[in-house]
Design a protein around this ligand. Structure first.
Ligand SMILES: Cc1cc2nc3c(=O)[nH]c(=O)nc-3n(C[C@H](O)[C@H](O)[C@H](O)COP(=O)(O)O)c2cc1C
Length: 321
């Protein structure tokens, strides 16, 4: 994956289970994300033939480069899933989840629980690489209960096992998504590794993007929540990083982006399912709009594209009064 990271810093869309589907990845790529990552996929489910899980790896050329993210703790599951998905879906890479804090995953000793088992985690990287036709990377946190100085050795072990790059979310498992990401810990990991390190946590605009790169020295950054309802944030970040004034987006522009995002989701899932699943995205697009409470009820009821168009039109008219 070395050429994946040249010649300049990359800005990726982080994996988001339940939100980072094909439609969202596509709209983020359109607005400047350099690469995207699928929702996490259970390696075990893929190995035992759960078609629904494998289909999470499906993507359109417009989302590429796409990394397929796997979670699991069994090297045989990981090896099978990495080989199967890389053969069938030709992603730019396979990413292994070593950061998920959710009890369902953690209590299964998967996701961030792997930070406790460096030898097993390194074995997962080797297993993924065995029959896989693309680079393998790792996404991790900085510790379980508290920031862990031993995490540097953990990251080194992933490098030795053959990880092509590592993404570090600067929080512990205990923090879930609260508190502030610790950029010093990410910087320490970056200093210790030869492979690229991608910094993640709390980037929401150009200023915070500049800050995470300056404070960590990372080779790139990845953002998740900052892109929800605002896929154009990638564009704004790139403008800021290249020293240009950051342009703001009018309500009309934001809603046009929202509708395009819905169209991409409809292309992927069909109108009925897309509209049901799009309701949460619509709420993110409405964040900060005066009188949003009343609109939110309607947003939670859209059943077709026309419902969404009518709601957005109503809001634009109300804003102009
Ligand atoms: C709704 C949601 C779903 C997420 N799903 C995943 C996932 O499937 N795999 C993963 O590695 N991280 C997942 N994350 C974590 C993000 O990728 C990211 O590491 C975290 O949100 C910190 O970045 P941010 O501050 O830019 O949001 C998820 C986060 C959110 C908010």
């Amino acid at each position: 994956m070395s050429d994946f990271f040249s010649p300049c810093c990359k800005i990726g869309l982080a994996p988001m289970a339940g939100a980072g589907d094909s439609g969202f990845r596509r709209i983020c790529r359109e607005w400047g994300a350099d690469y995207t990552v699928t929702e996490m996929i259970s390696a075990k489910a893929v190995r035992y033939g759960a078609e629904k899980s494998a289909l999470l790896a499906r993507h359109t050329p417009a989302e590429e480069p796409v990394l397929v993210q796997l979670f699991g703790r069994d090297p045989v599951d990981i090896s099978f899933a990495a080989s199967y998905l890389s053969t069938h879906f030709r992603p730019a890479g396979i990413d292994i989840n070593m950061g998920c804090p959710a009890p369902k995953i953690f209590n299964n000793r998967e996701g961030s629980a792997l930070l406790r088992e460096p030898a097993l985690a390194a074995g997962l990287v080797r297993a993924a690489k065995k029959n896989c036709f693309c680079p393998v990377s790792v996404k991790m946190r900085i510790g379980i209960d508290s920031p862990d100085p031993g995490i540097i050795d953990f990251a080194r072990e992933m490098e030795c096992a053959g990880a092509s790059f590592i993404t570090v979310h600067g929080r512990t498992r205990a923090q879930f998504y609260s508190g502030k990401a610790d950029y010093t810990m990410i910087a320490n990991i970056k200093k210790a590794l030869r492979i690229p390190v991608i910094a993640n946590g709390d980037v929401t605009d150009g200023r915070s993007a500049r800050q995470i790169l300056d404070e960590t020295g990372a080779d790139g950054l990845m953002l998740a929540r900052g892109a929800l309802g605002a896929p154009y944030v990638f564009w704004q970040i790139k403008e800021t990083l290249s020293g240009l004034p950051c342009r703001s987006f009018s309500l009309e522009e934001r809603f046009a982006i929202c509708l395009k995002h819905l169209c991409f989701t409809i292309e992927d899932k069909g109108e009925e399912r897309a509209c049901l699943e799009f309701r949460k995205h619509l709420l993110w697009y409405l964040k900060g709009i005066p009188g949003a409470a009343a609109y939110k009820v309607k947003a939670g009821q859209i059943r077709c594209k026309a419902d969404c168009e009518a709601l957005l039109h109503q809001i634009i008219l109300a804003e102009k009064k």
